[in-house]
Design a protein around this ligand. Structure first.
Ligand code: PMV
Length: 352
């Protein structure tokens, strides 16, 4: 019965943090300790369909053809619970107006069926959960007609960085001050129009799941790292501003300097935690060396790494093919994935 069921399909891109989010002040609401800023990478996407059904049953989630064990992934339950709470709130408001005009209230949904496909590896420090949860939030927003801040919150309680995937371009996630998270929102920066010429080259060195998940890592850093405190108080605010300035004025060198410094500081915080966390591997370091060498005489590429060994290198289009040449010459190809991704890009940019 179409009337008693609702479905929405959305395609949402991943984002890569230029100034990293690391550390929560509230684990349940996922309120971060610091602001972060990201670039939306529009070719890497999660396509997600959500079906909401009334009546008995249970939620199901399937990602890239595999069904997700929901009892060990509490985040989905949190998102569904919040969505159902918002639905109840809206129904209550609608019910009072429906009574007065005599119409039947619309059906109440109880269960979600989610199917999601990503065109990049899941949980390898590529913020796949960000695209996935942002897609879930946007699809639910359509079905339940939520406002943007409700949808943003829904994405965020699924995976913090997901709230940044709801917009294109340069996105600023403000940590906010309120305990209820009402002012904790991702917004498009006031910065000028999109910098179309920026490319993100993703190098997959390892597509296995990460050893220390971001929640566990953040908890460890918050509880034990002195460097994290210093970073939050004295470093992040000025970097957010520097990124916005560099992006607005199309100053690649400044942008690149801040991106690399922030990635390095994030990994230094991980190292500064007890027990220490190591996300970068040998291939990651080879890539760092390659970028450093490529940048002698002028900064033309910027690397950044999330909670895993895979690299994201940001270049302007005019330097992309030369950078790829440098990578293919210096890095031993450790996996099929690097070859595939390298080859696609190579074709696109005329690399032999
Ligand atoms: O949203 P989470 O819990 O996957 O955390 C993401 C943390 C980093 O990717 C390391 C940094 C960031 O800002 O995306």
């Amino acid at each position: 019965d179409g009337a008693a069921e609702a479905e929405a399909t959305v395609r949402v891109p991943m984002n890569i943090a230029l100034v990293k989010y690391w550390g929560k002040r509230d684990d349940l609401l996922i309120l971060p300790l610091n602001d972060s800023i990201s670039l939306t990478v529009d070719r890497l996407t999660a396509e997600t369909t959500i079906r909401m059904v009334p009546g008995v049953g249970k939620h199901t989630v399937e990602i890239n053809g595999k069904s997700v064990e929901l009892s060990s992934n509490k985040r989905y339950q949190t998102v569904f619970d919040e969505a159902l709470r918002l639905q109840r709130k809206r129904k209550e408001a609608e019910a009072s107006s429906a009574d007065s005009n005599g119409n039947d209230p619309p059906p109440i949904f109880y269960h979600f069926h989610v199917t999601s496909t990503t065109n990049f590896p899941v949980a390898a420090g590529l913020a796949s959960s960000a695209a996935g949860f942002a897609a879930i939030a946007l699809a639910i927003q359509r079905i339940l007609r939520l406002d943007d801040s409700q949808a943003n919150r829904l994405a965020r309680i699924g995976s913090g960085s997901a709230c940044r995937s709801m917009y294109g371009g340069l996105v600023h996630w403000r940590k906010g001050e309120m305990d209820d998270g009402s002012d904790c929102l991702a917004v498009r920066t006031e910065a000028a129009a999109n910098w179309e010429d920026l490319y993100c080259i993703i190098l997959v060195f390892d597509d296995g799941r990460k050893k220390v998940g971001s929640s566990e890592g953040m908890r460890r850093s918050r509880e034990t790292s002195q460097l994290l405190k210093h970073r939050i108080e004295s470093i992040v605010p000025q970097r957010i501003q520097q990124i916005q300035e560099a992006y607005t004025s199309r100053n690649f060198e400044q942008l690149a300097r801040v991106i690399m410094a922030d990635s390095n500081q994030f990994h230094a915080v991980c190292m500064d935690s007890t027990p220490p966390i190591r996300y970068l591997n040998e291939a990651s370091w080879q890539l760092i060396d390659t970028v450093e060498e490529f940048n002698i005489g002028g900064i033309r590429a910027a690397y950044t790494f999330d909670a895993g060994p895979n690299a994201c290198v940001i270049v302007q289009k005019e330097n992309a093919s030369q950078f790829l040449k440098a990578v293919l010459q210096t890095i031993q190809v450790p996996s099929e994935d690097l070859q595939v991704i390298g080859k696609e890009l190579a074709e696109q940019f005329d690399v032999p």
